[in-house]
Ligand binder design. Structure first.
Ligand code: FE
Ligand code: FE
Ligand code: ZN
Length: 277
């Protein structure tokens, strides 16, 4: 099983990999650049090669590179969509140096023009910037806050089918978001998994974000809570990550924690799953 958390790469790629190991993780996620946007730091290929070496040696799962969450490829504002175009393209260029990494992004916000138009715009932009690059792109399941796209499995399926290369597109299942979107992970996990499989297909599921939620099911709020401190609860979260149909994907904690808090949660989950240290 690949279990880890979101980590900063401010001190470099290798440092983040070493930190993951110290926390008991065998996978992690990082932001490709400042999550609120802006320029990416210059890529240190030697440092990246050292991380790749470490992940091979230690048997890490596929790492997840998260695009800045303010990026809105569905915006009608040319400045906003131009930033999305440049950032996505530059991220994909850089990730060519990182074999096997999964590039996760939020599908964006339609800002009132409607879900279909928004999803069309996002996928058009992805189809424009991604040809020629090897990296697998993941669309994240979203809580549906405001005009957020990707709240329903149907909307993700619609987006996926628009992509030019079915081998390079998948979904990252954010547990807090799916719960906030209205799916009953607590009392009907089997039903939700069956629905995901029927609508999207479990073969498209590439990664999980494991978060508890501060708010009730269907609240469309997107406020992450620590494991066991939210409305989903530890028992349901453990059931999710031990479900055989979800097994094998990298599981990333994005709970409100500093690294020590992540180490505790990783230990807690491993204990619950009876994974040896
Ligand atoms: Fe995200
Ligand atoms: Fe997430
Ligand atoms: Zn979230």
């Amino acid at each position: 099983m690949f279990l880890g958390c979101h980590l900063s790469i401010a001190k470099g790629y290798l440092k983040a990999g070493e930190e993951a190991l110290e926390l008991g993780a065998n996978v992690f996620q990082f932001f490709t650049r400042n999550p609120r946007g802006g320029k990416a730091k210059e890529l240190n290929l030697k440092d990246l090669a050292a991380l790749i070496e470490l992940t091979k040696k230690e048997g890490f799962g596929p790492l997840v590179a998260h695009a800045p969450y303010t990026l809105n490829p569905a915006s009608l504002d040319p400045k906003v969509s131009q930033f999305a175009r440049l950032a996505l393209k530059e991220d994909l260029e850089r990730l060519e140096n990182f074999p096997g990494v999964l590039y996760n992004l939020h599908p964006g916000c339609h800002l009132g023009r409607g879900e279909k138009a928004g999803l069309d715009a996002t996928m058009e932009l992805l189809n424009e910037v991604s040809p020629g690059f090897k990296t697998m792109i993941l669309l994240e399941t979203m809580a549906g806050k405001g005009t957020e796209l990707g709240q329903t499995f149907e909307s993700l399926k619609y987006a996926l089918t628009k992509f030019h290369d079915q081998k390079r597109i998948g979904v990252c299942f954010d547990v807090c978001h799916v719960h906030d979107a209205g799916y009953d992970l607590v009392d009907d996990l089997e039903g939700v998994i069956a629905e995901f499989d029927r609508v999207v297909g479990l073969d498209k599921l590439m990664a999980l974000h494991l978060n508890d939620s501060k708010n009730p099911k269907g609240s469309r709020k997107d406020r992450h809570a620590k494991i066991g401190e939210g409305q989903i609860g530890q028992e349901a979260l453990v059931k999710i990550i031990s479900h055989p149909l979800l097994a094998g994907r990298p599981i990333i904690l994005e709970t409100p924690n500093e690294p020590v808090g992540y180490a505790k949660e990783i230990r807690l989950l491993k204990d619950a799953l009876e994974v040896k240290p």
